[in-house]
Design a protein around this ligand. Structure first.
Ligand SMILES: Cc1ncc(COP(=O)(O)O)c(C=O)c1O
Length: 407
C-alpha cells in the first residue's frame, strides 16, 4: 500500500466514527454521496452564523462579504479544474441540473430536425433523459455508443457514429454503475475532428482523481458537490466561453438580466446569464471549502491509495464463490459492483447494513447498463480515500455470510 495515513484522514470526517446497528460504520456508498470533512462543516456553519446575506446586488457589508466568499469559491473551482476563466464555471445544484441546462439551452439553439446526439450506453439516467426530451422536441435522433462485456465503450463504433448530422457527444468520465474510466481526451479529439462538442459528466471522476478541463479539451464538464466532500445543492457546469456565449438562458428571472422592459429583455454575460434567482450560497461556499480541503491533502497520493483499495477489494470479492463482478474494465475508479446468484441485491444491502456496512443496491439510475448485463439490479460498494483495508475485509466477510444465510 502507498504511504497514505488513512487513520489521520479519517479524523477529518466526524461521521465515520459512529456505530450503526451496534457496529462501527463502514461507509461504502461514496458514489451516491461522499462524507463531509470538518473543515467544510465549519465553513458552512460560520457562513450561516456570521455571514448570511443575499449576494451580488447588496451594497451593505454582509452582502458584499457573502458575494466575495461566493465568488472566491468560483475562483477555487476554476483553479481546481484548470478552467481558462472563472466565468466559464457556472454554479448549479449538481450534474442533473447541468445536463438539463445544456440539453435545453444548447439543444434549443443548435439541434434541429434530423440531427443526431451521441450518448454512451453506460450513462446515468440524468445524462440520457434530458437529451431524449430535446431529441423528441426537435425531431433529432439519439445514437448510442455501445460497450463490451467488460463494460468498456467500443471506441471504433463510437468513431463510426460521428457524421455531419452529429451535434453533440455526451459521455461520463467514470461510470457510476461500472466504475469504467472512459478515454475522454481521445473521445473529445475524435469529436472535434467532426467539429462536434463533447459534454463530459464528471460526477464520478472529480472526487477520485485530479482533472484538467483544458487538457481534456472537452467543451462542457459537470460535477456535483455532494459526491466530492461538499454539501448537497452545490455543483458546477464548466463550459467553453465560445459555446456559453452563444447559448440562450436556461432559466430566467432575477440576477441574470442586463435590462428588462415590456418591449423585451436583454441578458447578463456569463456566468450570470445561467444563474437565475438566489443561488445556494452556503452550499457554493462549502464547495469552495471542499476544494480547500482537497488542496490541503496530497490528492495524487489519495487517488493512488484509493485505487489500490479498489484493486484489493476486487481481488477479495472475486475470490468468493458465487460472486459475479459487473464491470471489469481495465481502467476503473472507486466502484465495485457485483451480484450473487439467487440473492437479490436489496437483500445483500439489507444484510450488510446489519453489520454497519453501507453499500447501495438497485439499478443505480443506469437501467440500460442493467439490461445489457441482464440483471435487474446490482450491489455496489464504492470507495473513497478514507476507507481502509480492514473495511474491505469486513465487506468480504459480510458478503460471505450473506451467501451462507441463503445457502
Ligand atoms: C455519473 C453520474 N451522473 C450524474 C449523476 C447525477 O448527479 P446529481 O444527482 O448530483 O445531480 C450521478 C449521481 O449519482 C452520477 O453518478
Amino acid at each position: 500500500m502507498s504511504t497514505w495515513d488513512v487513520e489521520k484522514i479519517r479524523e477529518d470526517f466526524p461521521v465515520l466514527s459512529q456505530t450503526v446497528n451496534g457496529k462501527p460504520l463502514v461507509y461504502l456508498d461514496n458514489a451516491a454521496s461522499s462524507q463531509v470533512p470538518q473543515l467544510v462543516i465549519e465553513r458552512g456553519a460560520k457562513y450561516l452564523r456570521e455571514e448570511h446575506s443575499n449576494i451580488h446586488r447588496g451594497v451593505h457589508y454582509l452582502s458584499q462579504n457573502a458575494t466575495t466568499a461566493y465568488e472566491a469559491a468560483r475562483e477555487k473551482v476554476k483553479r481546481f479544474i484548470n478552467a481558462r476563466e472563472a466565468k466559464e464555471c457556472i454554479f448549479v445544484r449538481g450534474c442533473t441540473e447541468a445536463v438539463n441546462l445544456v440539453a435545453y439551452s444548447f439543444g434549443r439553439k443548435f439541434i434541429g430536425e434530423g440531427d443526431e446526439i451521441v450518448v454512451s450506453q453506460m450513462e446515468h439516467h440524468s445524462n440520457i433523459i434530458p437529451w431524449q426530451m430535446v431529441a423528441e422536441e426537435k425531431g433529432a435522433k439519439i445514437r448510442m455508443i455501445p460497450m463490451n462485456e467488460r463494460g468498456e465503450l467500443i471506441i471504433d463504433e463510437y468513431e463510426n457514429l460521428l457524421n455531419e448530422r452529429t451535434k453533440i457527444v455526451t459521455v461520463s468520465h467514470v461510470s457510476n454503475s461500472l466504475g469504467t474510466v472512459n478515454p475522454i481526451k481521445e473521445m473529445t479529439a475524435t469529436a472535434h475532428k467532426f467539429g462536434v462538442p463533447l459534454f463530459c459528466d464528471a460526477a464520478q471522476s472529480v472526487p477520485h482523481f485530479p482533472v484538467d478541463v483544458q487538457d481534456l479539451d472537452c467543451d462542457f464538464f459537470t460535477f456535483s458537490g455532494h459526491k466530492m466532500y461538499a454539501p448537497t445543492g452545490s455543483g458546477v457546469l464548466y463550459g467553453k466561453r465560445e459555446w456559453l456565449d452563444k447559448m440562450p438562458p436556461y432559466q430566467t428571472g432575477g440576477g441574470m438580466i442586463r435590462t428588462v422592459s415590456f418591449d423585451g429583455s436583454t441578458f447578463a454575460p456569463i456566468p450570470d446569464k445561467f444563474e437565475a434567482g438566489t443561488p445556494a450560497i452556503a452550499a457554493g461556499i462549502g464547495l469552495g471549502a471542499a476544494i480547500d480541503y482537497l488542496n490541503s491533502i496530497d490528492f495524487e497520493a489519495a487517488a493512488a491509495y484509493e485505487h489500490e483499495l479498489l484493486e484489493y477489494a476486487t481481488q477479495r470479492l472475486s475470490d468468493i464463490q458465487g460472486v459475479k463482478l459487473i464491470g471489469t474494465a481495465s481502467e476503473k475508479a472507486s466502484v465495485l459492483a457485483f451480484t450473487i446468484e439467487g440473492i437479490h441485491p436489496h437483500d445483500i444491502g439489507t444484510i450488510l447494513d446489519q453489520s454497519g456496512i453501507a453499500i447501495r443496491a438497485g439499478h443505480h439510475c443506469a437501467q440500460p447498463v442493467m439490461k445489457f448485463f441482464e440483471v435487474p439490479a446490482t450491489a455496489r460498494a464504492s470507495f473513497a480515500f478514507y476507507n481502509t483495508r480492514e473495511e474491505v475485509y469486513k465487506l468480504a466477510d459480510a458478503v460471505q455470510k450473506v451467501i451462507e444465510v441463503f445457502a
